[in-house]
Design a protein around this ligand. Structure first.
Ligand SMILES: NC(=O)c1ccc[n+]([C@@H]2O[C@H](COP(=O)([O-])OP(=O)(O)OC[C@H]3O[C@@H](n4cnc5c(N)ncnc54)[C@H](O)[C@@H]3O)[C@@H](O)[C@H]2O)c1
Length: 439
């Protein structure tokens, strides 16, 4: 792209006359809409899900941590337009892509959402537009795969339109780090692509420019692999220390007093959420093209995937000690969401626990104040509803399993009224009772 086109686009961004289109209004896209609306832009939100578009138009929300008041506030500015009409893409100066990047049934990258979106953009692509991919993916997706699809329009990346990659670092439910407080890595296909993308993100957040889209893609995967590997390490140590009669939580607390070179990670019933269990395998898949095996990623995946099985083993042992078999027993899972205080059940280990325990003949219920009933998922269709958490209902179960340590739970109350508690999160720390088994 020439100097003049670059400066002209940057000027439009600075003056807020550039229109921003955000494709995919989910956990990542919707908070991004909010940030750009607040920064004074006219923002069009695109989604193929008509239900979401309708709810947003009515000022309603479908994401717990983006309240309806925020949607109403955005609608009130008259600068936010939710739509499923993708022909409006041609009127945007900046287009950000926040569509899902899951794994398919063979645990390989499923880029259909990204590629479908790129094909749609290619249909409406006009000169000088900025296209940024935000979805997590392997290095090369932006400047290789997506670029080719976009260039089928006849326009050239870096020459006719700006192309960039900037990964999301959203941590849903984390009050300390809202979207506008997390620095954002940005990589451009060319130097001018980077300049324009940086100018856009600079209006809402601190940017971290890097030398290419591939570095930005790799940085995002590295961050998630780092978590996955360290969680696997602490999960493995938990299993060993359990056997040795050492409390892993006390070990972590002690080690965390080292003021340098240590960072605590915490064990649990398995990995959950939309990122950590999935993203590392994008790199594993891409590595094969380079005749390379990502052994750390595979090993971490193996250990983390085993954790729900380990917890089931601990439940079996705990019940066995009380002279009770698992078949025909009643078990209550506390927390269906994959982590505390959110309503997101994607990849939640609680789902795996329900599956495994049901397979063994247990009658399983769950309680989750944030997930009142289950919806059909890719893998599961439990058709369950959250049962009430009362002294009477707790007493009914042979075993209560703390799978997600929501802050709203009164753990003293739960311990008092349950017959047996298997705690996978150290939620009952400080409570002493022979009924508690840590797993
Ligand atoms: N959720 C997180 O905390 C998080 C954090 C960092 C990165 N990411 C990454 O961000 C990306 C999006 O994740 P998410 O959690 O927001 O997903 P999501 O499922 O919450 O939202 C994706 C949205 O895209 C829409 N969509 C799908 N195909 C579309 C298409 N062709 N055109 C328009 N809209 C389409 C869906 O209807 C949905 O509303 C993924 O790559 C994910 O790995 C997510």
């Amino acid at each position: 792209m020439g100097y003049n086109n670059t400066m002209e686009t940057i000027e439009k961004i600075r003056k807020r006359t550039a229109r921003v289109g955000i494709i995919g209004l989910g956990y990542v896209g919707l908070p991004l809409v909010r940030e750009f609306v607040r920064a004074g832009f006219r923002v069009t939100g695109f989604d193929i899900d008509l239900r979401k578009v309708k709810l947003l138009r009515e000022g309603k929300t479908y994401i717990k941590h983006i309240p309806a008041e925020t949607i109403a506030e955005m609608n009130g500015t008259k600068r936010f337009t939710p739509t499923a009409d993708f022909s409006k893409l041609r009127t945007m100066e900046c287009i950000l892509i926040c569509v899902p990047t899951p794994l398919n049934q063979y645990r390989e990258p499923d880029l259909t959402y990204v590629f479908d979106t790129a094909r749609t953009i290619a249909k409406y692509l006009v000169k000088n537009q900025l296209i940024v991919l935000e979805s997590t993916t392997y290095p090369g997706t932006t400047d290789e795969d997506m670029r080719k699809i976009l260039e089928a329009s006849g326009l050239r990346a870096g020459k006719d339109f700006f192309l960039a990659y900037s990964p999301e670092r959203e941590d849903p439910g984390n009050q300390d780090f809202a979207a506008d407080r997390i620095p954002k890595v940005v990589g451009g296909y060319t130097g001018n692509c980077l300049k324009v993308a940086e100018a856009l993100y600079d209006t809402v957040v601190t940017t971290v420019p890097v030398g290419s889209t591939r570095v930005a893609e790799a940085a995002k995967l590295f961050e998630n692999i780092f978590r996955s590997v360290n969680i696997a390490l602490v999960n493995e140590l938990k299993m060993l220390f359990d056997r040795m009669g050492i409390d892993v939580w006390e070990v972590i607390q002690a080690a965390s007093t080292k003021p340098f070179g240590f960072m605590p990670f915490y064990p649990g019933p398995g990995l959950g959420g939309h990122c950590i269990p999935i993203d590392p395998f994008y790199l594993t898949w891409k590595a094969r093209q380079y005749d390379f095996h990502t052994r750390f990623i595979e090993l971490a995946g193996e250990i983390n995937t085993f954790m729900p099985y380990y917890v089931v083993g601990r439940i079996l042992d705990a019940m066995n000690s009380g002279g009770k078999g698992i078949k025909g027993s009643t078990i209550l899972i506390l927390g269906l969401a994959y982590k505390k205080d959110v309503d997101d059940v994607r990849e939640s280990p609680s789902l795996k626990l329900i599956e495994l325990l049901t397979e063994k003949g247990a009658v399983v219920d769950y309680n989750d104040p944030h997930v009142l009933k289950t919806h059909r998922m890719r893998r599961y269709d439990f058709r369950m509803s959250s049962v009430p958490l009362t002294a009477r209902s707790l007493k009914k179960y042979d075993c209560v399993v703390i799978s997600t340590d929501h802050s709203s739970y009164d753990y003293g109350f739960i311990v008092r009224h349950s017959r047996l508690i298997v705690d996978t999160r150290n939620a009952t720390a400080g409570l002493k009772s022979p009924k508690i088994v840590r797993a």
